[in-house]
Design a protein around this ligand. Structure first.
Ligand code: PLP
Length: 667
C-alpha cells in the first residue's frame, strides 16, 4: 500500500468508523453466533497473493461485525465501560504511525517525557498527594502507563516482594531466598479482583483473602487481626491490596483505616482503583481516596472510565526507586548517556517495548478538558441513580449494593436460579447485555452505565427489557432455573456459522411452530453459553486453591533456617521462625490462595479449598479422576455438574480432568 492508497482507504475507514458509531444502536448488543462460526466464513490458510483492501472491507460486516459484542453500544451494561472516543482513536493512529518503542528516554524522548507529564496532569486532577508526582522535586514519586490493572498489581507485588526479601535477608543473611519467600503473606478482600490471585501465583507468594464488612468493604481491624495471626505463626506480611470500586459491586475499602496498619508493619499498600479511580477527578467522590497518602502505589484505568482506548492503565508510585530495584536489568545495548538525568520506563514494568500511549490520554484531556470529563463521569453516576430508582420502585426486585458510581447490583427477590434465568434470558435476546456477580452467595445482576452518550431513555429501555423478561419467566420459586452445564455444541438444526440479522420479533414470536421449536432449542443453548461466558473464570480455574487451613507442611528436605525467633516487633522487624514450627492455623475467616499448595501436601488426600463463593474439597491423588487425561493444559475443559450436593473435584498432579463440581449459582 502506498501513500495515495493509504489516504484513500484511510478516509473510507474513518467514514466507516463514524457511521458504525452513529448507527450502533440499530445492532444487537451481543452476537447471534456460536463458537466456531468464523471458521466456516474465513479461509483457514493465509492468501498466497496479496488481496485488495476493498475486498477485506467487504468482509467486515458479514464476518466480523456479526460476531462482535458491541461494547460501545448504548445498551451494553456489562463489566465496566471500555473507554473509547474520537480524540483517543485519532491519537492512537498517530502513535501507530510513529511506531516508537519508548523503552528509554534515548529511544523516544517525546514518548518518555509526555508520559511523565500526562501522568502528573491526571494525578493532580485526581487529587493524588504530591508524593506521587514526578514534578515534585522533594520526592521520588512518579507515574507511568501500564497495559492493564493486572499488570499494575503484579509489578506492585514484585516491588513489595523485593523490598521484603531484602529486609529479611539483612536480618537472616544466611537464609535461602526461597525460604524467605515462603514466609511472605499478601492480603486483599474477597471482593478484590482475581488479578490479585494471578499476581500472587506469578510472584509465588501467599495471598490471604479477607472477609469484608456488610457493605463489602475491607476494614482496618480485619487486616490488623490477620497480620497479627500471621506474624505469630512466623509469616511476614509484606503487601496489602485495597480496592476502590470493586469489580463485583463497586465497594470501597477503607484505606484510611488500613493505611496506618500497613505503615506500622512496614507493609506495601497498593490501591487498585481501576474503575472508580477515574471518578476522583470530581471533588464529591474524593472521600473514596481518604487515606491515599499511606499508599505506596495506586492504579486507575482511563481505558475504563475516562474515554481513552485500551490500553491505558495509569500507575503511580511514591518511590520509583523501590519499584525499579525489583525490575531493573540493564544490558549494555540499552544504556545511554542521559540515564542519570532521565526516566527509562523499561525499568517500571515487565515488557521492554512500549507504545506511545500517553498521546491518547493527552488528546482526550485536552479535547474534553477537566470539566468535560467530569460531566461525563457525573452523567454516568446520575443515570445509575435513575436506574436504581426504577429498581427500588418495583417491589419484586431488591438493590444489592451502595450505588455511588455507575454500577447498580440488583436481583429479583427469589432464588439464585431465578435470577440466573432472568439474566441469561435477557442476554440471549441481544437487547441489552449485563453480567452477574456473587455477593454473599447471592447471585446478583450487575447493571453498569457504559456508553459515552448514555441517556435516561437508555435506562428506561433497559428497565423495560428487565421487567418484561421478569414477567415472562415468572417469579415464583418453582421457575427455578438450572444451568444444565452441558458443554456447548453447535445444534445440527442450524447452518454452522450462519449469522442472523437482528430482529427481536423473528427471534421469538412470528415463527412457525417448527421454527419456534428450533429457536427455543437454540435459546436454551445460548442461555447456557451466556451464563458461562459471563461467569467469573476463577470458578473454573482449578489451580487457585484457597483453604481455611493454611498449615505449612514442610518437606523434610526443606533447608533449615538460621534464626529461630518469632514475631514482628511493631516496627516492621521480623525474625524468622524455623519452618517446622509453622503449623497453626489462623482463627479468623479468610482463605489462602496458595498456588501449587498441593505440591507441598505430604499425603494423597483431599484438600479443602474455596473459590470466592464456593467451598469444596479437591482430591489430589494421581489418577483419582474419572477418566484420565494426557492433556498438559486445562484449556477447554468444562465443569460437569453431576449432583447439586456433590462438591468435590478430582485433579491429577498435572492439570487434568475435572470430574465433579457444584455450580455456585444454584446454592
Ligand atoms: N481491578 C479491578 C478493580 C477491576 O475492576 C478490574 C477489571 O475490571 C481489574 C483490576 C483488571 O483490569 P485489567 O483488565 O486492566 O487487568
Amino acid at each position: 500500500m502506498n501513500a495515495d492508497e493509504f489516504r484513500e482507504q484511510g478516509k473510507k475507514m474513518i467514514d466507516y468508523v463514524a457511521k458504525y458509531l452513529d448507527t450502533i444502536g440499530d445492532r444487537r448488543v451481543t452476537p447471534n453466533v456460536e463458537p466456531g462460526y468464523l471458521k466456516s466464513l474465513i479461509p483457514l490458510e493465509a492468501p498466497e497473493i496479496g488481496e485488495k483492501f476493498d475486498d477485506i472491507m467487504a468482509d467486515i460486516e458479514p464476518k466480523i461485525m456479526n460476531g462482535m459484542v458491541h461494547w460501545q453500544h448504548p445498551r451494553f451494561h456489562a463489566y465496566f465501560p471500555s473507554g473509547a472516543s474520537y480524540p483517543s482513536i485519532l491519537a492512537d493512529i498517530l502513535g501507530d504511525v510513529l511506531g516508537v518503542i519508548g523503552f528509554s528516554w534515548a529511544s523516544g524522548p517525546a514518548c518518555t517525557e509526555m508520559e511523565g507529564i500526562v501522568l502528573d496532569w491526571l494525578g493532580k486532577m485526581m487529587g493524588l498527594p504530591e508524593t506521587f508526582l514526578q514534578s515534585n522535586e522533594k520526592g521520588n514519586g512518579g507515574g507511568c502507563i501500564q497495559t492493564s490493572a493486572s499488570e499494575c498489581v503484579l509489578v506492585s507485588i514484585l516491588a513489595a516482594r523485593a523490598l521484603a526479601i531484602q529486609k529479611l535477608k539483612k536480618q537472616s543473611p544466611n537464609a535461602d531466598e526461597g525460604v524467605l519467600l515462603s514466609k511472605l503473606m499478601a492480603y486483599c478482600s474477597k471482593e478484590a479482583h482475581s488479578c490479585l490471585e494471578k499476581g500472587s501465583m506469578i510472584a509465588f507468594t501467599k495471598l490471604r483473602i479477607l472477609d469484608t464488612d456488610e457493605n463489602f468493604c475491607l476494614r482496618g481491624e480485619t487486616v490488623k487481626k490477620a497480620m497479627e495471626e500471621d506474624i505469630k505463626n512466623g509469616l511476614v506480611p509484606f503487601f496489602v491490596s485495597t480496592t476502590i470500586g470493586t469489580t463485583s459491586c463497586c465497594s470501597v475499602d477503607n484505606i484510611k483505616e488500613i493505611g496506618p496498619i500497613c505503615e506500622q508493619n512496614d507493609v506495601w499498600l497498593h490501591v487498585d482503583a481501576a474503575y472508580a479511580g477515574c471518578a476522583q477527578i470530581c471533588d464529591e467522590f474524593r472521600w473514596m481516596f481518604e487515606g491515599i497518602e499511606y499508599a505506596m502505589s495506586v492504579n486507575t484505568n482511563p481505558n475504563k472510565w475516562l474515554l481513552t482506548n485500551f490500553d491505558c492503565s495509569c500507575f503511580w508510585v511514591r518511590d520509583r526507586f523501590k519499584l525499579t530495584q525489583a525490575l531493573v536489568v540493564d544490558p549494555l545495548y540499552l544504556q545511554h548517556s542521559y540515564s542519570e538525568r532521565s526516566v527509562d520506563y523499561r525499568h517500571w514494568g515487565i515488557p521492554l517495548s512500549r507504545r506511545f500511549r500517553s498521546l491518547k490520554l493527552w488528546f482526550v484531556i485536552r479535547i474534553y478538558g477537566i470539566e468535560g470529563l467530569q460531566n461525563y463521569i457525573r452523567n454516568h453516576v446520575k443515570l445509575a441513580k435513575v436506574f436504581e430508582g426504577y429498581v427500588k420502585a418495583d417491589d419484586r426486585f431488591e438493590i444489592m449494593n451502595k450505588v455511588d458510581m455507575g454500577l447498580v447490583c440488583f436481583r429479583l427477590k427469589g432464588s439464585n436460579g431465578l435470577n440466573q434465568k432472568l439474566l441469561s434470558t435477557i442476554n440471549a435476546s441481544g437487547k441489552i447485555h449485563m453480567v452477574p456477580a456473587s455477593l454473599n452467595d447471592k447471585y446478583v445482576i450487575r447493571f453498569c452505565v457504559c456508553s459515552e452518550t448514555a441517556t435516561e431513555d437508555d435506562m428506561k429501555f433497559a428497565w423495560n427489557v428487565i421487567t418484561q423478561t421478569a414477567g415472562e419467566i415468572g417469579t415464583t420459586e418453582d421457575s427455578e432455573y438450572v444451568d444444565t452445564g452441558t458443554p456447548y455444541h453447535r445444534p445440527s438444526i442450524r447452518n454452522p456459522g450462519q449469522v442472523l440479522p437482528y430482529d427481536h420479533e423473528k427471534d421469538t414470536d412470528s415463527l412457525s411452530p417448527l421454527q419456534k421449536k428450533s429457536t427455543d432449542e437454540i435459546l436454551k443453548q445460548k442461555r447456557s453459553l451466556f451464563v458461562r461466558m459471563v461467569s467469573d473464570p476463577k470458578l473454573y480455574n482449578p489451580k487457585i486453591i484457597k483453604t481455611r487451613n493454611p498449615t505449612v507442611k514442610v518437606q523434610p528436605s526443606f533447608p533449615p533456617m538460621s534464626s529461630s525467633t518469632v514475631n514482628g516487633n511493631g516496627n516492621g522487624q521480623h525474625t524468622i521462625q524455623q519452618p517446622q514450627q509453622l503449623q497453626s492455623s489462623p482463627t479468623s475467616t479468610s482463605w489462602i490462595s496458595w498456588p501449587l499448595a498441593f505440591m507441598f501436601q505430604d499425603k494423597d488426600d483431599e484438600v479443602p479449598f474455596r473459590f470466592r463463593n464456593w467451598e469444596s474439597t479437591l482430591s489430589i491423588k494421581p489418577g483419582h479422576g474419572e477418566g484420565k487425561s494426557n492433556r498438559t493444559s486445562p484449556e477447554g475443559e468444562h465443569l460437569k455438574p453431576i449432583s447439586p450436593n456433590g462438591g468435590r473435584r478430582s485433579l491429577s498432579p498435572t492439570p487434568s480432568k475435572i470430574t465433579r463440581s457444584k455450580s455456585p449459582q444454584n446454592n
